[in-house]
Design a protein around this ligand. Sequence first.
Ligand SMILES: Nc1ncnc2c1ncn2[C@@H]1O[C@H](COP(=O)(O)OP(=O)(O)O)[C@@H](O)[C@H]1O
Ligand SMILES: [Mg+2]
Length: 249
Amino acid sequence: MYILEAKGIKKSFGTLNVIKGVDLSVSKGDVIAIIGPSGSGKSTFLRSLINLEKVDDGTITIEGQPVVENGVYAKTPEAKEAYKKLGMVFQNFNLFPHKSVMENIIMAPVSLQKMTRDEAIIEGRRLLAEIGLSDKENAYPYELSGGQQQRVAIARSLALKPEILLFDEPTSALDPELTGEVLRVIRKLAEEKMTLLIVTHEMSFARDVADRIIFMDGGVIAYQGKPEEAFSCNCNPRLTAFLKNFNEH
Ligand SMILES: Nc1ncnc2c1ncn2[C@@H]1O[C@H](COP(=O)(O)OP(=O)(O)O)[C@@H](O)[C@H]1O
Ligand SMILES: [Mg+2]
């Protein structure tokens, strides 16, 4: 059984068709990198999977539980529960500015009554150790670098114990010297066999870490395959042009 399956996903904004029938099957432990030009629908697709955008058509199933069927959203408690298996990390961190690092991390698990405050703090400290920020527990986001903020944002998502973590260009708001520390955290999650869907422009990272590359172009998956093929097979002209353009910048 797939941990996440999307079939025939379509999404328009007004007259603009952004997602034009996308299928994706994700197995437990898959690490999938989604690449493609700006405006090709990568963010909209990720946001649709996690219910931040409503699709117009298609079916989404999370661990066997349909949450959308042919464009119709299931309203059952089971469907609502299923979405909790997904977490997302955004480009701009989206930390709560007036809350400390620890408060950012424990807020959702405590308010959703997943844990007591004391349990959440213990878990928060474990996560801070994992991301190498044990000394920043009481710091506020403005006291942290972008790379540190993004690592906290990852810890905050992990605190809800998602089965699948979605990343939307997690390093593209960072200065180049700060991307490495964030990519290392994501790489560690991949090594721990967490299921990851990562929209990224970091091609060498995608090549190293992903099991599968998905190339989105014009609202469709124009190519998918193993990294060693995707980056060298020249089997899709649009992908080749995209990679060539990328290497020249
Ligand atoms: N909320 C929105 N309203 C209208 N148009 C949108 C909205 N979000 C995205 N779009 C448009 O949809 C297209 C795909 O955007 P997006 O999914 O952000 O692409 P990508 O992440 O690949 O750069 C773009 O043309 C973008 O302008
Ligand atoms: Mg985007």
